[in-house]
Design a protein around this ligand. Structure first.
Ligand code: SAM
Length: 187
């Protein structure tokens, strides 16, 4: 038995909630690793909507999909995830966020609590029963702790009768390691 690492566990959660033919959202496309993973999960008949505010991230994500021959399974959108409802109206099976900055790019361009929370609210409206929103929270950078605290405050107050809210975290690691928040919509 080995405890799953944070990124591994995030993938496991997504793979448990998303089935072939369904719709999934990557709220922070970045270099496209999660978009590609979701494109594999939804299969030929499903679709992924991926968002990022940086052209460089959109380009990297499209390149990642093309390299794997899966560009037809995803729509990569240069816009903030707070505008998700402008683009996605169908029910979604799952969504993922990686909060923070794009590795290898401008560390000043970060996700922010207000827009992150607005996006979570939109996604909760679109989420199927038993669907999951998985947030991987990186908070070691400037502004990261403020976003972490605001997100925790928001998700802690989601009504228990409608949502299960999980925190998965290694609490003895140094250097502000990322942790997971998973939101499950109940019946
Ligand atoms: C930690 S990175 C994502 C890493 C990505 N999952 C990967 O596989 O490479 C966070 C990304 O969120 C993006 N971002 C920041 N604010 C955003 C917003 N309001 N809407 C969508 N993306 C945003 C940043 O541009 C950055 O690329």
């Amino acid at each position: 038995m080995k405890l799953q690492r944070v990124l591994q566990y995030a993938k496991y959660l997504l793979s448990e909630s998303i089935e072939k033919g369904e719709i999934a959202v990557d709220a922070t496309a970045g270099n496209g690793h999660d978009t590609l993973f979701l494109a594999e999960l939804v299969g030929e008949d499903g679709h992924v909507y991926a968002f990022d505010i940086q052209q460089e991230a959109v380009d990297a994500t499209i390149a990642q999909l093309k390299e794997n021959g899966l560009e037809h399974r995803a729509t990569v959108i240069l816009d903030g995830h707070e505008h998700i409802e402008k683009y996605v109206t169908q029910q979604i099976a799952g969504a993922v966020f990686n909060l923070g900055y794009l590795p290898g790019a401008d560390h000043g361009i970060i996700t922010k609590s207000e827009t992150t929370i607005r996006a979570i609210e939109s996604l909760l409206n679109l989420l199927k029963i038993n669907g999951l929103i998985v947030l991987v929270i990186y908070y070691g950078h400037e502004g990261g702790k403020e976003e972490r605290d605001a997100v925790i405050d928001f998700v802690s107050q989601l009504p228990q009768k409608n949502y299960n809210v999980l925190r998965y975290e290694f609490i003895n690691q140094k250097n502000d390691p990322p942790f997971i928040i998973a939101l499950e919509k109940k019946k």
